[in-house]
Design a protein around this ligand. Structure first.
Ligand code: MEV
Length: 335
């Protein structure tokens, strides 16, 4: 059987990093997706083809003597492939049945830019593979298997990215006893966010470890920053449900300051975060693990174009983005 599944990327509205320490988070799916196709084989081999992963940071350098150097980040491509391998292994263990398969992965968003692509790869692979080998998994099972995939590949991961990629929408995520719960938030449709990204030098795993080490060094200080982020997320939920975008924006600004205090922002991200405020955003913050990567701005509809210009001025790449899109889905299934 041949199945094509897709799963969306995400932006974190509030609460990344603190969510690793079981604090709540508010996260939204975006209209950019990872596509995984899976065709079962007659033998036990698995092949993986990575096409068009839009890896950011491809560099072309040429010198006076005409030498051309082309650098790309194959590490990111390999990293995407390791999530697929682990997702297949965990899904076949869960189903109690293994079949060889040919997999192909494509992306409509830059991979490794902090938009939750590794989670989307894991979710889409679990969905495509399980369906191709003849099973209909519940969404909660897809989310759990994809979360375990991320934990196994990265060493540590919260259920945030894999949950939003599975369920889609705009979600308030809480955690208890090694499990998670999601609440879909009904947020005014006129809420606009603009995403911008810069080249990212570090992986999510590196950034999560950086916070872990900082916390070991300054336990009380870092725990109080993490607690404050958790409290702020509870407030942000109220602000969003009331449609109070000014307050929601201020809470984003505070969240960014606290992430910077955790050591996960960079000068390039800070520059983008501040310039969009000067151009009239309600608020802005880095989104995702940091160390480069993505930022988001909460903006009025009329300001969207100005904010994109502001991001470009400082060499960020603006990404036109709708939030609250559908979660994992089967695009096509044929015998
Ligand atoms: C990465 O998108 C979000 C982090 O909170 C890590 C995680 O939740 O696993 C930094």
């Amino acid at each position: 059987m041949k199945v094509l599944a897709s799963a969306p990327g995400k932006v974190t509205l509030y609460g990344e990093h603190a969510v690793v320490y079981k604090k709540p988070a508010i996260v939204a799916s975006i209209d950019k997706r990872i596509y995984v196709s899976c065709k079962t084989r007659d033998d036990n081999s698995v092949t993986i083809r990575a096409l068009n992963l839009q890896v950011p940071g491809v560099i072309l350098t040429y010198s006076q003597d005409g030498e051309i150097i082309f650098e790309t980040d194959y590490g990111r491509v390999l990293s995407a492939v390791s999530y697929i391998k682990e997702a297949i292994s965990l899904t076949s263990q869960f189903l109690g049945s293994f079949k060889g398969a040919d997999l192909t992965i494509e992306s409509s968003m830059p991979v490794g830019a902090g938009l939750g692509t590794s989670a989307a790869v894991s979710v889409a692979t679990v969905a495509a593979y399980s369906k191709a080998v003849g099973y209909e998994l519940e969404l909660k099972d897809i989310a759990r298997l994809a979360w375990s995939t991320e934990k196994n590949v990265q060493g540590i991961a919260s259920p945030m990215d894999t949950s939003i990629s599975t369920f889609g929408g705009i979600v308030y995520l809480t955690q208890e006893n090694d499990d998670f719960n999601i609440e879909h938030l009904d947020i005014p449709s006129d809420m606009n966010v603009v995403v911008g990204y810069v080249k990212r030098q570090f992986k999510t795993k590196d950034m999560v470890e950086l916070v872990k080490r900082y916390r070991e060094k300054y336990p009380d200080l870092i725990d109080s920053v993490i607690d404050t982020i958790g409290n702020l997320v509870v407030e942000a939920k109220k602000a969003l449900l009331k449609g109070d975008l000014k307050y929601a924006g201020e809470l984003m600004n505070i969240n960014h300051g606290l992430l910077d205090a955790l050591g996960v922002s960079t000068k390039e991200l800070n520059d983008l975060v501040y310039i969009v405020r000067a151009f009239g955003a309600y608020g802005s913050k880095l989104s995702g693990a940091g160390g480069g990567g993505s930022m988001i701005a909460l903006v009025d509809k009329e300001k969207v174009s100005d904010i994109k210009t502001a991001i470009s001025i400082l060499n960020g790449t603006p990404l036109p983005t709708k939030i609250g899109c559908e979660g994992v889905r089967i695009e096509k299934a044929e015998e």
